[in-house]
Design a protein around this ligand. Structure first.
Ligand code: G3H
Length: 538
């Protein structure tokens, strides 16, 4: 261990601005509009940013969160169920204009917590400062866009259709009680891209934060409490099997919004006793390939593949997780790729220009080392200097080549800074990989030959949810659909699609005759219904 020997700071070396001066003991959880205090066992929050105490690197405990049991989880569910009240509660029947006001108020108050949320994101999940800030700001923009989109959706539905003698108006109404769970890599953004649409459409929610990235919710708890009627949003903490399993087994969850592994999702889903009543909105595993064609602009392909595979240490569901390079350009690509990786600055999340940071999952460096050793045993080499070096929670990025189908890294999602490069002779080998893969989120094609790219688009269009040309894979812009095939997702998210995912259409219709027309016109003119109406929400 040379490169990473002094990677972790001594406490005195942490800039004042980023010091956490005391242990954050978070005992509150939100049920039925009350911040309740948990007096039972607590979970330690261990930062990926370990501390150098002068002689060794030590585990850094930055806080504690409640380890709630089944009992408190079920109380949270009861609160959500009673706030929904079979669709007759205040929230699900509230006018859209009023619901929007609550969300706007929430956004206003949330923005005041930016500083502390960003700081805690860095400490809890090791995300660098610009990316942590981006996660916060992008989430705020997502909420603003959601409000705009709901107004547009409402406006588009503010008319009547007349077909075959039937007059009808379509509206979107909530589904019921939603359970929202997000991932540790985007614990704010990805969670809120389901939580906010669920709420704004009139569902009531039980929200369980991700495994890591939990403390940053603390400053938002009061905001949630004050901005929503009681029981509309309930926030619980604890182990998944203790809490979530019990919720699902009641059969009272109507929507399951989960970003995580497909195994995790199916284990939870199958606990629901009435599966036909459950709608799932899932973002799951991916193994997005980059396909570098022989005529690719190598500079661009390399810079997109370096960023695509290693930004936030490769811990993005959209990260490029395997790179196929045509053998004629392999040497040049590898040379430039390795050079690009060597320029990525390693360090702590707050350091200027830092790109590679410590990993939050316990045991992750061992897992990555296992994948790397497996590949080495089967003939791969680590191409970059220091590749695979480990110090505690830090893993120096490793570029592996040659990689073949016998190795675990060929098909397993590494979700970390390990980059497998596969050389190919014939493009059919790559097409076959994509077709046979268990995952189907996105892929990237790098090249100039429009005929070949056109052919590849046609070959891959039924395999993935997005094909990127000369660009890395990514979720945004958030107005575009984000989904996946096979084990990669269920449902589609985008600002607009999320509103649809958390609602169902209700049709209000009548036979086209004078009496019915007069009834409908009177309801509309006299504003006698929140649903059957023609007014425009500005
Ligand atoms: O982890 C999955 C995220 O949704 C990826 O989003 O492509 O913007 O990093 P991103």
């Amino acid at each position: 261990m040379t490169m990473l020997k002094n990677i972790f700071p001594q406490v005195s070396e942490i800039p004042n601005e980023w010091q956490l001066n005391e242990l954050i003991e978070q005992r509150e959880y939100l049920v039925n509009g009350e911040l309740r205090i948990w007096e039972g066992p607590m979970n330690e929050v261990v930062s990926p940013v370990s501390i150098n105490n002068g002689t060794s690197v030590v585990k850094n405990i930055i806080g504690t969160t409640p380890l709630l049991t089944q009992k408190e989880s079920l109380e949270a569910l009861d609160a959500a169920v009673s706030a929904y009240n079979n669709g007759t509660g205040e929230w699900p029947t509230m006018s859209i204009t009023k619901r929007i006001t609550h969300i706007e108020q929430f956004l206003l108050e949330m923005k005041k917590q930016r500083g502390i949320v960003v700081k805690l994101l860095m400490w809890e999940i090791g995300k660098n400062l610009p990316d942590s800030e981006k996660e916060f700001d992008r989430t705020c923009i997502y909420i603003e866009d959601t409000i705009k989109e709901l107004k547009k959706l409402d406006h588009d539905n503010s008319n009547f259709d007349v077909e075959e003698g039937v007059i009808a108006q379509t509206r979107r109404v909530p589904l019921g009680v939603a359970l929202c769970m997000g991932p540790y890599n985007y614990p704010l953004n990805e969670t809120f891209t389901t939580l906010i649409p669920a709420l704004i459409m009139g569902n009531t929610v039980v929200f369980k934060p991700a495994k890591y990235g939990v403390l940053f919710i603390k400053p938002l708890l009061t905001v949630f409490k004050t901005c929503f009627p009681k029981g509309v949003i309930n926030i619980i903490y604890g182990k998944g099997r203790e809490t979530v399993g019990a919720l699902m087994e009641t059969g009272k969850i109507d929507v399951f919004a989960f970003i995580g592994t497909n195994k995790g999702a199916s284990d939870i889903k199958r606990l629901h006793p009435k599966p036909n009543r459950l709608r799932s909105v899932l973002g799951l595993d991916a193994k997005n390939p980059a396909i570098v064609l022989p005529d690719a602009d190598i500079e661009n392909a390399v810079s997109e593949c370096v960023a695509g595979s290693l930004s936030y240490n490769g811990q993005r569901c959209t990260a490029l997780k395997i790179i196929f390079v045509q053998e004629n350009i392999l040497e040049e690509f590898i040379k430039k790729f390795v050079d690009g990786v060597s320029k990525l600055k390693c360090g702590m999340p707050w350091e200027k220009d830092v790109k590679i940071t410590p990993l939050p999952e316990p045991g992750k460096t061992d897992y990555l080392t296992g994948l790397l050793n497996d590949a080495k045993l089967l003939g791969a080499s680590v191409l970059n200097e220091n590749g695979g070096e480990v110090n505690d929670t830090f893993f120096y990025p490793a570029v592996l080549h040659p990689v073949n189908s016998q190795m675990r890294i060929y098909s397993e999602e590494q979700f970390g800074p390990l980059v497998p490069i596969v050389s190919y002779k014939n493009i059919d080998e790559v097409i076959d990989y994509v077709v046979q893969s268990n995952f189907g989120q996105q892929l990237s094609i790098f090249g100039k030959d429009s005929k070949l790219i056109g052919h590849l688009i046609d070959e891959m269009a039924n395999q993935v949810g997005r094909i990127n040309i000369n660009a890395q894979c990514q979720r945004g812009p958030d107005v575009f659909p984000f989904n996946g095939r096979k084990d990669s997702a269920e449902g589609t998210l985008s600002v607009n699609d999320a509103l649809r995912a958390f609602s169902i259409r209700i049709l209000i219709s009548t036979k086209d005759n004078a009496v019915n027309k007069e009834i409908v016109q009177t309801i509309v003119r006299e504003h006698q219904s929140n649903y059957l109406r023609l007014d425009y929400i500005f």
